[in-house]
Design a protein around this ligand. Sequence first.
Ligand code: HEC
Ligand code: HEC
Length: 339
Amino acid sequence: MKCLKNMRGSGRMVLTALGCAALVVLSANAKVDNDPYLRPEMVPAPADNAPNEARVELGKALFFDPRLSGSKWISCATCHNPALGWSDGLPKGIGEGMKELGRATPTILNTAYNKLQMWDGRFRSLEEQALGPIQANVEMHKDMKALIAELKKISGYSEMFEKAYPGEGVSEKTLAKAIASFERTVVSTESAFDRWRMGDDHAVADEVKRGFSLFEGKANCSRCHQGFNFVDDGFHNIGLKGNTDQGRFAKVPVKVLKGAFKTPTLRDIELTAPYMHNGAYKTLEEVVDHYSRGGDMKEGLDPNIEALNLSKQEKSDLVAFMKSLTGKPMDITVPHLPN
Ligand code: HEC
Ligand code: HEC
């Protein structure tokens, strides 16, 4: 089908029903192609780890494999659960020996687009990040040397590593590269908001449209939550009550970064309660109340957080807008683990 060439990613084919002609027109629509609120189809990846099917398949098996943990009970997917928006539904993550972690589990959705990983941005790439939780005592608590030796003994894995990274062997490096390749497939899918951006005026209710105007206007949310992923790759202290975690300051000791955390994505935000690095809020309504009163702690507060005194209607409009960012569920099946 010739018109396939002109189609945007499968996540965005709202006009399919109108046939190929409409798609060609859509693709020629520069406004849609350049809309900063629509996710670019190209998922960035490092030059030495371009994704392919074998790499993604291997990474997926590893992501779901509890044999990567000391207890053989915990996999990446235990905390980054696809059924819970790639998070865990908990105020703070729970790892090895049921110990509570210091922070909430963020989604891995769209992490491929992040400039820095983690609430405090301590890792640059997904490759760098992937080996952390495996070895962390409170997370998966697994000795890396022992893990590599064990993986080498699983013949199914040896074959998969060879297919994915010919001649590179089973190593820390290829383990991290494979997991990162799978994570790069976990990207946001078409939401009602996206359909509206692409020109379907009926895709969202009026409250969503009003909510988005507030988001970009009076409520000033888009100051930090920018573009299709609603992030600015920056760190801010938003004045959470009782927060004692120094956040980015521990990594970069500059006064304004005390209690500052990375601006998280708002894609699929409806699915990943509770919210904030410490799980402080159970609902989006509570989050909006926080911003409406201008936060609770004034010390170190980001200058862009001030009392908004939103009306009841404005608050529910903002929540409706955020809920319009939920995409179609990804088609994820738990992989068959190699023996
Ligand atoms: C015990 C729960 C747990 C397990 C298991 C776990 N994670 Fe996480 N993950 C977290 C928490 C909590 C954070 C945030 C920690 C922080 O910022 O200090 C996090 C952060 C991340 C991030 C950064 C996301 C962002 O937006 O910055 C990525 C990517 C990630 N994990 C991938 C993985 C991978 C890959 C594995 C398996 C190798 C894994 N995680 C295992 C709890 C877990
Ligand atoms: C000054 C920058 C800034 C502004 C302005 C801002 N945010 Fe945030 N937002 C953040 C940061 C940083 C976090 C994470 C804070 C933390 O966990 O300590 C966050 C967290 C959130 C979360 C929770 C996300 C999650 O996964 O836990 C939601 C929802 C949210 N913001 C919505 C909004 C809305 C709605 C507005 C406007 C009323 C807004 N934000 C304004 C920076 C900002």
